[in-house]
Design a protein around this ligand. Structure first.
Ligand code: SAM
Length: 273
């Protein structure tokens, strides 16, 4: 600790600061996933939300399992070799590059997040296979032009890209802006690209998201919102939704023998024709 409430660190020439006094999404998400990269305020808020919305741990785990199934499909059957993972989160089990490169060692992955804590841990995201590549970009999704410029350092945007937006559009509060961001990213990608997304909802039995998100917005950062299936459908305009469509992410192509429990987190994968 360099001073009360802050952890200072150096990233090359830059000194970044992590505010540990206020709960932050990447760290609380890590707490719900059973990780250790979080601080006392993160755990306090995470625990309180857990009492209001007991399914939150299952939501986080279902979201990560969706990521693994979606990436396996994209790198496997769909033959995608490039991934742009926007709103990466802190490294966890089965990060996008590990899942993709287990199927296709030559896969190239760019991670994007704006939380300085994720940057600190980015080394764990940069452990690429020799045949492939990974890069980490510190950027804000509200600025899709810089996301695209940074992605182009590692990805060939003339070849198909799977754009992963898992649990991130819920932090873009204005739906018109969120739609414009998705459109800007997907417009830059060629035919045969994909969009994979997950998003919290008050549908699918998620009514308790209402008080839980109110508590979050009063006590943590950044502010969050839920969306209905109809609102999420706007992100998919012009794209072809893969089966089984927009469903609880736990129910998107569950593994053989898996008995999925519906969680109030939508998930889908769509292809750009
Ligand atoms: C709920 S976590 C999801 C992590 C991962 N995608 C997953 O599904 O497990 C959301 C992530 O989005 C990041 N995030 C939030 N707002 C962002 C923004 N404006 N720009 C970039 N990343 C953002 C947070 O820092 C956090 O790591």
């Amino acid at each position: 600790m360099s001073e009360a409430g802050y952890v200072g660190f150096r990233d090359g020439e830059r000194a970044e600061r992590i505010d540990t006094s206020v709960a932050h999404n990447a760290r609380v998400w890590n707490y719900w996933l059973g990780g250790k990269d979080n601080f006392e305020p993160d755990r306090r808020v995470g625990e309180h939300i857990h009492t209001m919305f007991p399914v939150i741990g299952e939501v986080a785990r279902a979201d990560r399992r969706f990521l693994a199934r979606a990436v396996r499909h994209l790198a496997g059957e769909a033959g995608v070799r490039q991934f742009l993972d926007v709103g990466t989160g802190l490294p966890s089990a089965d990060n996008t590059h590990q899942v993709a490169q287990a199927v296709a060692p030559d896969a190239r992955i760019v991670y994007v997040d704006n939380d300085p804590m994720v940057l600190v841990h980015a080394r764990a995201l940069l452990t690429s296979s020799a045949e492939g590549a990974t890069d980490y970009l510190e950027a804000d999704v509200h600025d899709p032009a810089s996301v695209l410029a940074g992605a182009a350092r590692t990805l060939d945007l003339d070849r198909p890209v799977a754009v992963m937006m898992l649990g991130i559009l819920n932090f873009v509060l204005d739906t018109d802006e969120a739609v414009a961001i998705v459109r800007r990213l997907m417009d830059e990608m060629p035919s045969g690209s994909f969009l994979a997304l997950t998003h919290p909802t008050v549908e699918l039995g998620g009514e308790a998201n209402v008080p839980a998100m109110k508590f979050w917005n009063e006590n943590a950062a950044p502010p969050i919102r839920s969306r209905t299936a109809a609102e999420i459908g706007r992100f998919l305009d012009g794209l072809e939704l893969l089966d089984p469509g927009l469903v609880s992410c736990a129910r998107w192509r569950p593994a053989d023998g898996e008995e999925p429990v519906t969680v109030p987190q939508y998930g889908c994968v769509a292809r750009k024709p």
